[in-house]
Design a binder for this molecule. Structure first.
Ligand SMILES: Nc1ncnc2c1ncn2[C@@H]1O[C@H](COP(=O)(O)OP(=O)(O)OP(=O)(O)O)[C@@H](O)[C@H]1O
Ligand SMILES: Cc1ncc(C[n+]2csc(CCOP(=O)(O)O)c2C)c(N)n1
Ligand SMILES: [Mg+2]
Ligand SMILES: [Mg+2]
Ligand SMILES: [Mg+2]
Length: 321
């Protein structure tokens, strides 16, 4: 953390808006592409490629995280990770982050310090920094992260380029965060791996640019569920997607948690969000890049099926549903 502008302060209202901004911005090492960082009316980042990739995801307390389930540092990491995975899903690398934070006046300054520390931790995994943001009073704790990225000369990999006959592949974990959500939801707080996955995703950041270089025809990150997010590729590309159960590994760890809870591990793998894995389609002649595994195929048609049949039940998370 940067220097404490008010050593004995307990809440954000005692430090004030600008004190809070000082706390989270001072003493931070920005990446060399940051021409102007926090402190002016806007940041200025180098855009080596001439194009800028931009994405925003908002996280709300009680909807996306709970402080009795996760520490503020873990929430900070997750808020950044879910945005960095969207950059990766375009085949880009991240260049900088902007963070909007809303919190009530009695929020302990330590919570903001730790959120900020978590965001910086995740940002530094990919060598970037927080170049700006905003702080406002709010009735619920809300975090809005905007990530910017660079395509490094590659074409963006959209959701709309899949062709019939492509191979559907994934990189990263599937179902782990959903299993962790089930564990936490039943009141267990044990630090098992799946709970760790729900608290802090580990998106396969490098797999996005690798897929783009290998010639992926479409790509998406899995925030809502494999079937739900492949549905966006199916719709945008005008193809049918079929997931093959025999290709879809259900990790032993998930099966163990599922049998302890009386749940279905395969359902978590097919429909669980928040692992921020990547799913992409590749022409059949392409060798899958490192970290990618085939899970299905595309065909003429529409919609997403599992072994040729529509999936019974919800295919993933949808707000307000
Ligand atoms: N309020 C909005 N105004 C304009 N565009 C929006 C708005 N909300 C979402 N979008 C756009 O709609 C598209 C789909 O958004 P969505 O949030 O579902 O994607 P995502 O961020 O990949 O998924 P998730 O939020 O589950 O991580 C994105 O291109 C997003 O920028
Ligand atoms: C307290 C609590 N309750 C439920 C969940 C589960 N959850 C929330 S949002 C989401 C999908 C991605 O969201 P978005 O589409 O906004 O990116 C999922 C699976 C959670 N993480 N924490
Ligand atoms: Mg979104
Ligand atoms: Mg996404
Ligand atoms: Mg979503």
């Amino acid at each position: 953390m940067g220097p404490d502008s008010s050593q004995d302060a307990q809440t954000v209202s005692q430090v004030g808006e600008f004190g809070l901004i000082d706390r989270v911005t001072s003493g931070r090492q920005q990446s060399p592409g940051t021409l102007i960082g926090p402190g002016d009316d806007a940041a200025v980042l180098a855009a080596p490629d001439g194009r800028v990739v931009a994405t925003t995801d908002v996280l709300v307390e009680q909807v996306h995280f709970r402080f009795d389930w996760s520490t503020p540092r873990q929430v900070g990491r997750k808020a950044v990770a879910v945005n960095l995975s969207d950059i990766a899903a375009m085949g880009a690398v991240p260049t900088g982050l902007l963070v909007g934070l809303g919190c009530s006046q009695d929020t302990p300054t330590e919570v903001v310090d730790e959120l900020s520390a978590g965001m910086w931790e995740e940002a530094q995994q990919v060598g970037i920094g927080l170049v700006g943001g905003d702080m406002v009073s709010a009735t619920a704790l809300v975090i809005s992260v905007t990530a910017l990225g660079d395509l490094q000369g590659r074409q963006p990999v959209t959701r709309s380029g899949a062709r019939p006959g492509d191979v559907v592949a994934v990189a990263g974990r599937l179902g782990w965060a959903a299993a962790g959500l089930a564990v936490l939801g039943r009141g267990f707080r044990s630090p098992v791996a799946v709970v760790g996955a729900q608290r802090v995703p580990e998106p396969p950041y490098a797999a996005g640019p690798l897929a783009a270089e290998a010639g992926a025809t479409s790509m998406v990150d899995i925030s809502d569920g494999l079937l739900a997010d492949l549905g966006h590729i199916a719709t945008a590309s005008g193809v049918a997607v079929d997931i093959r159960n025999e290709l879809l590994e259900v990790p032993q760890r998930l099966s163990e948690v599922a049998s302890a809870l009386g749940a279905d591990a395969r359902h978590w793998v097919l429909t669980g969000g928040e692992d921020q894995a990547l799913a992409a389609t590749f022409p059949p002649e392409v060798a899958l890049p490192e970290g990618w595994r085939a899970v299905g195929v595309t065909a003429e048609g529409q919609g997403v099926t599992v072994d040729g049949a529509p999936y019974e039940g919800s295919s993933g998370w949808e707000h307000w549903r």
